[in-house]
Design a binder for this molecule. Structure first.
Ligand code: GTP
Ligand code: SPV
Ligand code: MN
Length: 649
């Protein structure tokens, strides 16, 4: 069996055999690989499956050279220097080891319309929409079309570039809940970001050498078919961008974009889309959820997972500074949870990520001081604005820069506060920062067995009709609440305007398989435990008639968590309504809150609104899910309808 020391050689891993030093021997090496003749001895020492995966893609993409990433500081410094030379990043001298990347303005968010799951039959991937209706629960592609799409785009796409081989682990390397991936990419920005967002480098290679399986992730920023790269500091091919997944092979292929979920393939592509298909096979859950630990004034600690759609407040809740005295919140993760019932029926969660890829605008000392204490070292910022003293700026930071500061917007233009008509930072601009820098990172955040989950929250941006919080009556009702989630569109994807969209489980862009089967899988979790987490729905975003938020949100959300924890303790503080359980009068702790809260309006359940809500959910299920909808969900819908009809006008 090949062993690590054979690869290590005498020079140690920082040199990583001959591959890293390939500058000197690359031509010969690549010719050998392309010609499939005898291989470089060191390559032979890679696990055979990895070796052939690399060889296959070297032949396809034809890179100039190969770099197998070891994840060391030395390697990272070299990459940062290279990106500076290429103009991809600039240093932010105001902070320690922070960098700013400005993308091509055509490449600033996830592209859901160009994201496909590839299975033999369409019904494995998406429910069949009603005739004449466009499916909105993912896009399917046939294996033949996927192969064609890959060949058209990837043949020779890395010519003149370095191919980086990035070994990474989703989850702590020692956790039995973790999974390994290999990302092959031609973007040093992706390598540097993956080093923050995942556990990357030697310990993972070591695990691979011991025979661990890996998810295959191929990525190229691409080269437009006319060969012209408009913006050499951020190469991309927006017209032909495509994100493909083949669950059967645990395989991801992404072309044309360098941004976020399109290119950091461990995140949405692996941890959610491929992850959800693995989870289904193995009997667990891969979800778009934050994980937080909360300690009550009595000292009792519990963990909560919460699914909100993109840019709807996960990072903020996961790092919240509670306004209610005596509470403490600690952060396990801000975006993704992998959860599995242990042998005692306790739902245990790990955060498969190692960093935060968080929305910058709106993050400030007043809204999220913990994030502000996390992100000003070792951070890669993308598409934020910069200040003349070498710092960053975005909407929400107005009070945090002095007025004489010159600001350059995310496109590189001069920007004047109160005068410029366009935002300084792109609305989907992000910070990419190591999770361990978070001052309230939970002591158990890397525990291999995961943390025990007591409650699951669903929520979205609902400007009307939906109360601040309500509790599901039981597991099936909770699954129904997840299935009926809706939210206003945000800038995290390519959607325009503020339409309220269906986003079941905050997973609409991330399902790896048929949503109907996904619902059955969730319903089946009931059989795995007598100690299921309680399920709640929250809405921080209800507005009054003037369009003003009715609830101050952020740290004040601790008042809602307090009520939820009391419900977990079976306190008699809830009353039944047609949609679920809401706080009894005066049971939500509003002591000391500064704002005037219109509790009545916050919890009002207008009959007309809920009649319409039931109708649109029914229409959605009928048009989008059809026969794939589990009977139990239809039953829940009928029950809600009956309850709503009996409401007083
Ligand atoms: P993704 O990383 O895209 O998955 O987003 P996310 O769910 O982590 O969202 P995030 O916490 O970054 O919040 C996105 C936006 O929502 C920011 O502009 C926040 O300021 C705003 N936001 C978060 N929490 C609240 C809240 O309680 N009330 C209000 N009004 N806005 C909030
Ligand atoms: C989201 O959109 O939910 C994100 C950002 O977390 S991205 O990684 O781009 O998907
Ligand atoms: Mn997200």
């Amino acid at each position: 069996m090949p062993n690590l020391s054979a690869i290590k050689g005498s020079s140690g891993f920082t040199e990583f055999g001959k591959f890293k030093g390939l500058a000197s021997c690359n031509v010969e090496f690549l010719n050998q690989v392309r010609g499939l003749s005898a291989l470089n001895g060191d390559l032979r020492d890679l696990p055979p499956k990895l070796k052939s995966y690399v060889e296959e893609n070297v032949r396809l993409c034809q890179p100039e050279t190969i770099h197998i990433c070891d994840g060391t500081d030395v390697e990272n410094s070299k990459l940062l220097k290279l990106m500076q030379q290429q103009g991809t990043i600039v240093p932010l001298p105001k902070y320690e080891n922070c960098w700013l990347a400005r993308t091509n303005p055509a490449d600033t968010a996830r592209v859901e319309s160009k994201t496909f799951i590839c299975t033999d039959t369409k019904s494995e991937t998406i429910p069949s929409p009603k005739a004449g209706v466009k499916g909105a629960l993912g896009n399917w592609m046939s294996p033949h079309d996927m192969d064609k799409a890959i060949n058209e785009r990837f043949t020779g796409c890395m010519r003149g570039r370095t191919m980086y081989i990035v070994p990474f682990s989703m989850g702590p390397v020692t956790s039995p809940l973790s999974k390994i991936g290999i990302e092959i990419t031609d973007s040093p920005y992706v390598v540097a970001s993956m080093r923050i967002m995942t556990r990357m480098g030697l310990p993972v290679l070591e695990k691979l050498l011991k025979g661990a399986e890996f998810v295959k992730c191929l990525h190229s920023v691409g080269t437009p078919s006319n060969g012209i790269i408009e913006n050499p500091s951020w190469p991309c091919d927006p017209e032909r961008t495509i994100i493909l997944h083949r669950p059967k092979n645990n395989e991801i292929v992404s072309y044309g974009s360098g941004y976020g979920g399109n290119s950091l393939l461990g995140k949405k592509c692996f941890a959610l889309r491929i992850g959800s298909t693995i989870a289904r096979r193995e009997g667990w859950l891969a979800e778009h959820m934050l994980i937080l630990g909360i300690t009550s004034p009595s000292g009792k600690k519990r963990y909560i997972a919460a699914a909100f759609p993109s840019a709807c407040g996960k990072t903020n809740l996961a790092m919240m500074t509670p306004s209610l005295p005596g509470y403490k919140i600690e952060c396990v993760g801000d975006d993704i949870a992998w959860m599995r019932f242990d042998k005692n029926g306790v739902l245990r969660a790990i955060n498969p990520e190692n960093g935060f890829f968080g929305v910058a605008p709106g993050t400030s000392r007043s809204s999220n001081p913990i994030a502000m204490d996390t992100i000003f070292k070792n951070t890669l910022f993308t598409n934020v604005a910069s200040t003349s003293d070498g710092g960053v700026f975005w909407e929400g930071m107005e009070k945090e820069v002095s007025s004489n500061m010159e600001i350059t917007d995310w496109r590189g233009n001069n920007w004047k506060m109160g005068q410029s008509k366009t935002p300084a930072a792109h609305p989907n601009s992000r910070f990419c920062t190591p999770a361990k820098q978070c001052p309230i990172i939970d002591p158990a955040w890397e525990h291999p067995e995961g943390v025990p989950i007591s409650a699951i929250l669903f929520g979205g941006r609902r400007p009307a009709g939906v109360p601040l919080v309500y509790e599901a009556r039981n597991w099936n009702h909770g699954v129904f609440i997840g299935a009926t989630m809706r939210s206003e569109a945000t800038a995290a994807a390519e959607h325009k305007g503020k339409v309220v969209m269906h986003d079941p489980f905050a997973m609409r862009p991330f399902f790896g398989y048929n949503f109907g089967d996904y619902l059955s899988h969730w319903l089946s979790m009931k059989e795995r435990s007598d100690n299921l987490p309680k399920i709640f729905h929250v809405n921080w975003f209800r507005k009054d008639a003037n369009g003003k938020f009715l609830w101050p949100g952020f740290g004040e959300n601790s008042r809602v968590l307090d009520w939820i924890l009391r419900r977990l303790d079976n306190e008699d503080c809830a009353r039944d309504t047609p949609i679920g359980l809401i706080p009894k009068e005066n049971s939500l702790n509003l002591e000391g809150i500064e704002e005037n809260i219109d509790v009545k309006e916050l919890f009002d359940l207008p009959k007309q609104f809920w009649m319409e809500e039931v109708d649109s959910v029914a229409k959605y299920f009928d048009e989008q899910v059809g026969d794939d909808l589990p009977k139990e969900i239809t039953k829940q819908l009928n029950e809600l309808k009956k309850n709503v009809q009996s409401m007083k006008d």
